[in-house]
Write a protein that binds this ligand. Structure first.
Ligand code: GLU
Length: 465
């Protein structure tokens, strides 16, 4: 049987890194095993669920390329199925009505110091229950958890997990207002949707034995479970807003590309077992193996993300980078011709971590530097620098053949002749022309910018510093 998996976000916020990683691992597992990948919106919390979050989650997933099969399933539209399941559990005796009031429960807690429920209504007579019903008393529905036993399941990542039923109590499956709890809706939906593998965050592992008990009580097949390790911040605490940007939308706005972000996310808890970590989505699908996912929390490392993202840019064609830029900034450098833009991209892609970074870092190819760092000027522009730069200005003025090779030859022979080191000559020129002290080959920059612009910028620096 081909597997069927799902991603089940609660639309109480936008899609974040953790959710995207869960969606990705489900997607990879489905694609690798010729299975189905479904999405279910868990919107039963009417107060916190918002349409705008549903839209945002779907947009982010579409942007990432994590396309799902079939229509979205909304829990808010499936109330009938939940009611039916609760009714059937009551009828079979696998669940019972509990009329214990809040006060009663609290008194027990105060007395015993324990939050565990003592099964007050577990064995009450039909007559007792009838009396309460006739009085219109509110009740919750609890699952009759088989006593003296344990639930054992084999998690694909965490191995065999055993939970004693004494730890579970008779937990609530429907609240006093009749609404079903998460553990019940989850089971009913996963079963109705034909989910064979539940792949989700490790924060749900405590729910799993309860859900298994519900499957069994309803006489349904229990799916296979795989819990993914948590994603942590640098301080090894669970990744949250405290750690800064955690929303997928942020990375999209910053010009990270979907394939690069997916590549990085795939490494959060898994690795391909080879040296090569830079992979296309197809390569990841081919190599992915759910059983090789680690148990240990995975630290979200922005530096590594930037490295992976930069590697994707290096591998990408200039044309495709330009198209990517034009998707996020339609009129990017519209006054410049395409060939020039492609040459700039070619020169700078190796030094960029994202499309936005590339656009920012290439400013000086399109306009004269706006400002110069005071510290840089102090470091680079010494007493004799203006004389050196003036000499170079004259040499450059005389050059007819304006290309990288000729420029390199001329400037190198000047340095040799004057006995000047590279730093003394090239650094001030770079500062004057680019406004920065780092960058790709200066000869190539000069060649790309052209003679007029270079001379104009040298003149300006000479008058300014
Ligand atoms: N709605 C749950 C969440 O967002 C997911 C539940 C599940 O995957 O089973 O955490």
């Amino acid at each position: 049987m081909n597997p069927c998996v799902r991603f089940a976000p609660s639309p109480t916020g936008q899609l974040h890194i953790g959710g995207a990683r869960t969606a990705l691992f489900n997607y990879l597992f489905a694609r690798k095993n010729s299975g189905k990948f479904l999405v279910r919106i868990e919107d039963t919390d009417l107060e916190r669920s918002k349409q705008e979050y549903i839209d945002q989650i779907c947009e982010s997933m579409t942007w990432l390329g994590l396309t799902w099969d079939d229509d979205l399933v909304y829990q808010s539209k499936r109330t009938d199925g939940y009611e039916k399941a609760i009714r059937s559990l009551l009828e079979s005796g696998n669940a019972y009505r509990c009329f214990a009031s809040k006060d009663e429960l609290e008194k027990i807690r105060d007395k015993t110091g324990s939050y565990s429920y003592s099964g007050l209504w577990r064995d009450r007579s039909e007559k007792d229950i009838q009396v309460e019903m006739e009085e219109g008393k509110a009740f919750t529905v609890r699952l009759r958890v088989p006593g003296g036993k344990e639930t054992i399941f084999n998690d694909l990542i965490y191995g065999t997990i055993t939970v004693s039923h004494s730890e579970l109590n008779d937990f609530i499956i429907a609240r006093s207002d009749g609404s079903p709890v998460y553990n019940l809706t989850n089971v009913v939906d996963d079963s109705d949707m034909g989910i064979t593998h539940v792949i989700r965050g490790e924060d749900h592992i405590a729910n799993t034995p309860k859900q298994i008990l519900i499957y069994q009580a309803l006489g349904l097949d229990v799916p296979t479970f795989a819990h993914l390790p948590m994603i942590l911040g640098q301080d090894k605490k669970r990744l949250s807003k405290r750690h800064g940007a955690t929303g997928v939308q942020f990375y999209c706005n910053e010009g990270y590309q979907p394939e690069a972000l997916l590549n990085y996310l795939s490494l959060l808890g898994w690795n391909p077992g080879t040296e090569e970590e830079v992979m296309s989505l197809d390569e990841i699908i081919q190599k992915f193996d759910l059983t090789m996912v680690h148990k240990k929390g995975a630290v979200f490392d922005e530096k590594k993300l930037n490295w992976i993202s930069g590697q994707h840019l290096v591998k990408q064609s200039n044309e495709s980078i330009l198209s990517g830029i034009e998707i996020i900034r339609k009129d990017w450098r519209i006054d410049f011709d395409k060939a020039f833009k492609l040459s700039v991209i070619n020169l700078m892609k190796i030094r960029s971590k994202s499309l936005v970074d590339l656009m920012t870092q290439t400013d000086y190819f399109f306009s004269d530097p706006h400002e110069f760092g005071e510290k840089d000027v102090r470091k680079i522009w010494k007493n004799d620098t203006s004389d050196i730069v003036s000499d170079i200005q004259i040499i450059l003025m005389k050059i007819d053949q304006w290309d990288g090779e000729s420029l390199e030859k001329k400037l190198k022979s000047f340095m040799e002749e004057k006995g000047l080191g590279f730093g003394k000559v090239m650094k001030p020129i770079r500062l004057a022309i680019c406004g920065t002290i780092n960058g790709p080959s200066l000869f190539e920059i000069l060649s790309l910018l052209g003679k007029d612009i270079c001379l104009r910028r040298l003149k300006r620096a000479l008058s300014q510093f």
